[in-house]
Each structure stands twice: as structure tokens, then as C-alpha cells.
Design a protein around this ligand. Structure first.
Ligand code: PLP
Length: 428
């Protein structure tokens, strides 16, 4: 595509699209291939020593996946992107590309459950210390940074509390202390609702399973490199230093601003092997084509449904970041288009049993652990994601027996309201 400052809606259908020369096909082809034939042994050698870029093996790159990566990079305004097999693998690959045993990362208490466990248990067992600041503020983060800190890590909206950090303040802190600022922007929906690069992020990860795919049909994750971090400060010899896996090649000298994303691919993806399937990359591309339309509808439905629930006598409390009553309302207004994402939570006035009856009486909203699907999802943390916690731990996590997380889908919001209305009659 011609390089021009196209707007989001244009990029989401055009970026990464190149006409297929022999056939003229408009659609991006799915390349179900594991390997690629080299033109010669010399050609193969150049690809392997990274002096020429090209396809070697689908664990490293695939034409369908490349189109998806180019579209993601364009939507975020990054210098490059890497697609992987899940959001969790995007996070793992990012941290392992930045930190080694003996290093640490500084993060917040508002983390997705899977991320929390990856950081606190798996990374700790690999010798990477994950320091959780008591609050998501620059002051609290600043106190935990030392000479071995290799990343500041937050979610642009925390799952499930919907806490929105002071992205700009944390970006300034990261720059001042010369540490890469990594943001999980899953709730920011591929940069449409929130683009952390505008506020000082250096690296973005995004679970493509959610709003990027948008139809609940495939798992995936992406890493995006903002190209705005100076790797030559001596803290990252694996990027600006002789590369052990490539005969001493210095990735920073060879690839400049794209050094980090190249590192993630040529070392991370090569060694960890968490590559996406070309078919799933195709589904992600298809999902992206309608992302803004879907997300806009889902955010509108979230506002309508949250307002309906707020005035319902069987609802004790509505936790929606768009409402003034939410502690992150001001930050959401600053960082999120429309001042919110497409997720909210309610607490029913009732018991665990009546909450279960409510969930099981819904006809449209599906009882699943998912967000960003095309159908509406209701999640009951007390019986699912947080089932193993005792009463005290549940209370500490803010999970009550009647709490429900809701991610509105593409249905007509009036049908969703009517579905809730009939299900409320089952709450005692
Ligand atoms: C779902 C989710 C992840 C993990 O992504 P998967 O694709 O399920 O591996 C990470 N972060 C956030 C905020 C999420 O919602």
C-alpha cells in the first residue's frame, strides 16, 4: 500500500493488502505451508544470516501472517509487529526478550489472571523477579525500579477491574529512568479505543483472541514495536551487542529502530515456537476489517446496558468505567475514545444461588470466560475464574458471590435489555 497518513477505518481494510500478482485475487491468500523453497544455497545462507529478509519456515514467518502483522503495525503506528499463537505467548515472548535471570520487571496489581500467574510463578522460576507496586502510579512504580529493571508493565485497562493507569505519567517515568514501557492493550482494541504509543509506550501487546478476531473463532496475540526506545544504553546486550545465535551480529546496528521486534522474531519465535497458524492469521485479518464498526456498536451497547442495570432494583452496584462513580473514570476519558471500553460489571442484590439462576436464565448472553466476542458474554467469577479462592481472598480481590462481568456483543441492545429483564425475574 502507498505510504500515506490514512485514518484508522481505511487502514483496517487496506494495510498489508497487496494484489496477488498471478491471479489478481483481492483477498489475502491462506498459505498452508511449513517451509519455503530457496532459490539457491547462497540465497538460503543469506536468509539464515539475516543479511536478506525472506521466508524460511512458518515458525518464523508466513505470507498470510505477514499481512496481518503489517496491518497491526499500521493501525498502531509501530515500526513492526509480530503475531503469535496467543496473548499469553505475546507477553512471555516480550518479557523474555527484555529480561534474563537476575533482572526484574515492575508491574501493577491490576493484571489479567493469566498474566499474574505467568509473572509471579513461571517467570520467578526462571529467575526474573516480578515486582508488584502497591498502586498503579508513577510514584509507586518509581520506588521499585533499580539497575536491573528491564520493563515497566501495565494494562491500558485492567482485566477485570477496568482500572485505567496514568499512562502518560508512567511513560514519563519510564523515559526518565530509561526503562522500556510495555502496555497490554487488549481492552484498547488494536489501538482503536486507546493507542498507548501516544502516551509514551515503547512496546504494546494485545490478545488478538478478543476484539481483533472479534468473533470468538481463534486464539492469537500480537507484539508491536513503537521503534521509540534507544537500545544503546548498555542494559540490553541481547539487542545492542553481539548476538550469540547469529555469529555476533548486532541486531540494533543491523535493524535500527526495528531491532526489538526483529529480536522477538529471530530469537524469541525461533526458540519458543509459539507461531500462529496461517488460517488463524486469515481470521484475524478478516476480523480487523470490521473492528471499528464492531467496537463502536459494542461500546454503545455497554453504555445502554450499564445504564439500564444502574436503574434496576435487583442490581446492587454497577461498575462501569464510563460512569463518574468508577475510580478510573477520568483516566478512561483521557485515554479511551468514547471514555470507556466494551466491558462492565454488576453486582446483583441477592445470593450466590439467585445469581446462578440469573445467569442460567439468560437466552442471548452466553455463560463463558471471554470478552470481545460477537455474542454477548456474561462471566460469573465466583463460580469460574476465581472458584479456587477462599472467602477472604475473594473479598480481597473484590469478587463477591453476586458479581458478574459483562461483555456486550453485536446483538441489538434492546434485545439484550429484554433478555436481562426476563432473567431478573428469576432473582429472588
Ligand atoms: C485474554 C487476555 C490475555 C491473554 O490472551 P490469550 O489470547 O487468552 O492468551 C492477556 N491480557 C488480557 C488483558 C486479556 O484480556
Amino acid at each position: 500500500m502507498e505510504q500515506k497518513n490514512y485514518r484508522y477505518e481505511t487502514l483496517q481494510v487496506h494495510a498489508g493488502l497487496t494484489p496477488d500478482e498471478p491471479t489478481g485475487a483481492r483477498g489475502v491468500a491462506i498459505y498452508p505451508t511449513a517451509a519455503y523453497r530457496f532459490r539457491s544455497c547462497d540465497h538460503a545462507a543469506r536468509l539464515f544470516e539475516l543479511s536478506e529478509t525472506g521466508n524460511i519456515y512458518t515458525r518464523l514467518q508466513n505470507p498470510t501472517t505477514s499481512a496481518f502483522e503489517q496491518r497491526i503495525a499500521a493501525l498502531y503506528g509501530g515500526v513492526g509487529a509480530l503475531a503469535v499463537s496467543s496473548g499469553m505467548s505475546a507477553i512471555l515472548l516480550t518479557v523474555l526478550s527484555l529480561a534474563s535471570a537476575g533482572d526484574n520487571i515492575v508491574t501493577s496489581p491490576h493484571l489479567y489472571g493469566g498474566t499474574y500467574n505467568q509473572f509471579r510463578i513461571t517467570l520467578r522460576n526462571l529467575g526474573i523477579d516480578c515486582r508488584i507496586a502497591p498502586a498503579e502510579t508513577p510514584e509507586a512504580f518509581g520506588q521499585l525500579i533499580d539497575g536491573r529493571t528491564r520493563a515497566l508493565y501495565v494494562e491500558s485497562m485492567g482485566n477485570p477491574t477496568c482500572a485505567v493507569p496514568d499512562l502518560e505519567g508512567l511513560g514519563t517515568l519510564a523515559r526518565r529512568r530509561d526503562v522500556p514501557f510495555v502496555v497490554d492493550n487488549t481492552f484498547g482494541a488494536a489501538g482503536y479505543l486507546c493507542n498507548p504509543f501516544r502516551w509514551g509506550a515503547n512496546i504494546v501487546v494485545d490478545s488478538a483472541t478478543k476484539w481483533i478476531n472479534g468473533h470468538g473463532t481463534a486464539m492469537g496475540g500480537v507484539i508491536v514495536d513503537g521503534g521509540n526506545y534507544d537500545w544503546s544504553n548498555g542494559k540490553f546486550p541481547q539487542i545492542d551487542g553481539p548476538s550469540e545465535g547469529y555469529h555476533g551480529l548486532n541486531l540494533h546496528q543491523a535493524f535500527g529502530r526495528a531491532a526489538f521486534i526483529v529480536k522477538c522474531r529471530v530469537d524469541g519465535l525461533r526458540d519458543l515456537g509459539c507461531c500462529p497458524s496461517p488460517f488463524d492469521s486469515y481470521l484475524m485479518l478478516l476480523g480487523l476489517e470490521t473492528l471499528s464498526l464492531r467496537v463502536r456498536h459494542e461500546v454503545e451497547s455497554t453504555w445502554k446496558l450499564a445504564e439500564y442495570c444502574r436503574s434496576h432494583p435487583k442490581v446492587e452496584r454497577v461498575s462501569f468505567v464510563g460512569f463518574d462513580s468508577h475510580p478510573s473514570c477520568a483516566n478512561a476519558r483521557k485515554y479511551y475514545r468514547f471514555g470507556s471500553s466494551a466491558v462492565f460489571a454488576i453486582e446483583l442484590r441477592g445470593t450466590l444461588e439467585s445469581t446462578v439462576r440469573f445467569v442460567e436464565s439468560l437466552h442471548l448472553a452466553a455463560n463463558m470466560t471471554m470478552i470481545g466476542d460477537s455474542i454477548t458474554v456474561v462471566t460469573h467469577p465466583a463460580s469460574t475464574t476465581h472458584k479456587q479462592l477462599g472467602e477472604a481472598d475473594l473479598a480481597a480481590a473484590g469478587i463477591t458471590p453476586t458479581l458478574l462481568r459483562i461483555s456486550p456483543g453485536l446483538e441489538d441492545p434492546d434485545d439484550l435489555i429484554e433478555d436481562f429483564e426476563q432473567a431478573f425475574t428469576h432473582v429472588g
